[in-house]
Design a protein around this ligand. Structure first.
Ligand SMILES: [Zn+2]
Length: 286
């Protein structure tokens, strides 16, 4: 296997990045953290045939874990590059406390992305402003196009955060449809109510005429025709009113499901936000 062509800093003396891993912090699912580390390393090795990460007692890279993100980071790489020797300390947070105060472990996709991103820094790769890129970041400021230092940067994995955004997009589209549907139902109800008022006026008029004509003893062809027409219109109104009520109930059932899904998404977002440097984290961190 040939050496990597690394013209800028020549950080790799060989194809091997030696590393050690500190003890895991007390999380509910330590296996997830180990999987994230393995997956992150595998992704770099797969994308760069010949590049090997090897555990060592005398490592170039020390990986440390934190339960919580720092005030401005969820992972950080503190590296010195002496000619052909890397000396890095990676600090990776494995979760965070949500705004409601519960500790949430980072999901596999998010944690793997953090580890892969910091490995990118180990290889002396900086930040890009492309939000979908593994090496997206603000501090140090991005420089576009990104200099990948001769490496192939693996794709970022889908995390719960990405899935939340996809769910949000679907819910937002549904909400727009609900708003249009509700406006239609409101217009229909308004029409039905106007029609009912008119029917009620006609009913009162007919009842008044019945009284003054001594109905039903007397016959009045015109009144009987009015009663016949009233009954037809009233039946028609009732049919459409029943149909409206069915659609309205169906709408209410669906909006209830929508509201449940929106509530569930809020919970997912809060959990995911525990693993970002979100505002309430900063407040807690002081
Ligand atoms: Zn970074």
């Amino acid at each position: 296997m040939g050496r990597f062509d690394h013209p800028r800093s020549g950080i790799l003396a060989d194809n091997i990045v030696s590393y050690s891993v500190d003890a895991l912090p007390p999380v509910d699912d330590p296996g997830l953290v180990r999987t994230a580390l393995t997956d992150g390393i595998d992704a770099w090795e797969r994308a760069n045939p010949g590049l090997v990460f090897a555990e060592s007692d005398d490592p170039e890279v020390v990986i440390r874990w934190e339960l919580e993100p720092g005030p401005t980071w969820i992972g950080q790489a503190d590296c010195d590059y002496i000619t052909a020797i890397i000396s890095c300390e990676l600090t990776i947070s494995v979760g965070g406390t949500s705004c409601s105060g519960t500790y949430e472990q980072a999901d596999l996709g998010a944690l793997t992305n953090t580890i892969m991103h910091e490995i990118g820094h180990v290889l002396d790769i900086g930040h890009t402003s492309d939000e979908s890129h593994l090496m997206h970041g603000d501090d140090p400021p991005p420089s576009d196009p990104l200099d990948v230092m001769g490496f192939n940067v693996p794709d970022a994995l889908e995390s719960q955060l990405d899935r939340n955004e996809a769910i949000r997009a679907v819910l937002d589209a549904n909400l727009t449809k609900f708003e249009i549907e509700l406006a239609g139902l409101d217009r229909e109800l308004e029409g039905l109510n106007l029609e009912l008022e008119e029917l009620n006026r006609e009913f009162d008029r007919i009842e008044g005429l019945k009284g003054s004509l001594g109905y039903p003893n007397a016959h009045d062809l015109e009144l009987e025709e009015d009663i016949r027409r009233y009954n037809i219109r009233n039946d028609d109104y009732n049919t459409r009113n029943d149909a409206y009520n069915l659609r309205s109930e169906d709408y209410n059932r669906r909006i209830e499901i929508y509201n449940q899904q929106a509530d569930e998404l809020d919970v997912l977002v809060e959990r995911s936000n525990a693993y970002t440097t979100d505002p309430c984290y900063h407040e807690r961190a002081g």
